[in-house]
Each structure stands twice: as structure tokens, then as C-alpha cells.
Design a protein around this ligand. Sequence first.
Ligand code: SF4
Length: 357
Amino acid sequence: MAERVHKNSAYLNGKSTTGTTTRVKDTSPTSGMCPICIRDCPIMCEISLSGFRGREALYPEPVQFGYSTAGALKDFGLDWSHFNIQAGLFEALGIEENSDVALFPNVSTETQVAGIPIKIPILNGAFGSTDVARLNWDGLAIGTALSGAIVVVGENVCGMDPEAQITNGKVTHSKELKRRVEAFRKFWDGKYGEVAVQTNVEDQRLGVDVYAISKLEVNVIERKWGQGAKAIGGEVRVRDLDRAIMLKKRGYVVIPDPEDATVQKAFKEGVFKSFERHSRVGIPKEKNMIEDIEWLRKQGAKHITLKTGAYRPSAVAYTMKIASEAKIGAVYFDGAGGGTGMSPVPMMDEMSIPTVY
Ligand code: SF4
């Protein structure tokens, strides 16, 4: 297994996320390579994997997809462990300044996000169409409802639902989205927290926002710019040929082409085990965004939020400008690092601004 030898050896030429390692441990801090890179090396490092079987260096171990989460390995030299909480002494927050009343079970941690009251300052999400999100949804939704916090159904849930009914290109029924909303509502006190539905390019084309608002009485719609911290579209791995064809027909980009006879033959013979389903990248514009938010309000959305990544500073500043002009309730910036396992490994490690930096 790869080991960090130099603390600042952030260029990792061996990563457990792609199953690579290096021949020796004292690798070069500049390149991550063994200081003597030999001609007959029997080891698969990140560079050799990229050279010989490049596709395998792109994603976290495909065999684990759907049953795992994935994180970035890059060491930025500063992380959460470098912070300590500094306690106050001469005041009380969230409780009366009275030693007989100020007992820890009595403290209120209530706050508001996007006008939604929450009991604890936690937003849980977003959990979209990946299997790991689907399989663990009940625990996430019920726990969030009982805690009085906000849980977000991520992108592509209707588009990936084999039982979804789509009429004239618009979703009219999705068993999976309904299940997700109802799992939260069953344990929701009706006051604290909410279940939000996130929408990307394909979701908007399929009318997921209108379906969620009008048929499932969802109050919170979240627009999404970029996938996590990467400014790419969301991706999942599909292990079933018929499903891959269905997703292509629904407008997703599926690689390799599941309708190609040669690809079908190769899949059936086990040459490869899964297809990649990619969604499109949104390219937001100020005017369109403001009009879109006004349109969403007219459809009945009570709260509107925006999820994006910490991209280059000018993009972050422009996002804040548009969001405030459109009077969006809250903007969330993904702090890089990982997720449900279908972000390219080099992008998790090398893109955007980490939350602590
Ligand atoms: S190919 Fe070179 S850099 Fe990679 S493990 Fe072998 S010796 Fe090290």
C-alpha cells in the first residue's frame, strides 16, 4: 500500500483509491516517482497505470462503486485537526445566563438556513442516484428528520429510476423520488428541518422540479452548478446493459455506447463490467439564472438554494452576486475532497479550493 514518506509529498504516485503503489518509499516530493525509476519495474504506480491502462487511473476502484464512499488523498498541509474550539466564559449563548438553567441538555442549537428552522446546524447531502445513496437513504433521511435538520435528495434520482414514468419528456411519476421524500416526512415533526430536491441539467429537462413541487409537495428546490468541487456533470457506474440503454434513451451520456453492437458483444463476453453514465455540465448565465429562480417561485417552490463548488475566486464572487440578485435562500460551496464514489480521482485530489486551506 502507498505510504507518505515526506509530509509534503502531495504529488501521490501511489494511491489506494486506484490501487497503485511505488517500488520504494522515499519517493521524490516533486514528482512522486521513485528516485531511481527502473526499466524492468514490476510495480504499478500511478504513472505506469496512467500510461498502460489510463482509464483505470480515472475512477476510484470500480468494483467498490455503490458500496463505498471515496475521498481525496492530497495533503494540503492544513486540515481540521489544526483547529481547536475556544470556549467563552463571560456569556452564555443559546441559554439563559443563569447557572441553574444553563445545563447542557437545555441549550438550544436552533438556527435557520434559507428561512427553514433547524434544530441543529446540519445540512445532510446531497445523496443522488448512486447506489450507496439509494441503499442508505432511509437511515440518512429518518436520522435527519428526527434531528430536525435538512436532508437533500441529490441529482438524477428520477432519471435513473427504472420505474419512472416520463410523458412527453417530463417526469409524471417516480417511485424512487416519492420513497425518498416520504421516508423523511414519516418522521418529520412538520416544523424543524426539510427535505430538499436537487436539480441539475437533466433533472430540469425532465421537469423534476415541477414534479417534486406539484406531486410530492416538496418545498425546497436546490439548483446545482457543477458536480461537487469539480465543475463537471454527475457520474455513476451502470452494471446492466438494458439500464444503460434506458439511460441513453432518457438523454444521458453513456460511455461506451450501449446501443453499439460491438460494445454489447464485449459487455456480454465480460471484456468490461460497467458503463459510465455522465450528466451534462450546466453553464449558468446571470439573466437566465434570475429568470429561472423567479420561474421556480411561480411553480410553488417555497425555498430555493444553490449548490456549487469552490471554483476560482472570480467564479465564487460571480456566483455570490447572481445568488444575491436572485435572492436565493442559501448557497452551499462543496469543499472538495470526495463523495459517493464517481468523481475522477485526479479531480478529487487536484481541483478547487479545499474548505481548509
Ligand atoms: S515505474 Fe518507476 S516510479 Fe513507478 S513504481 Fe516503478 S520505479 Fe517507481
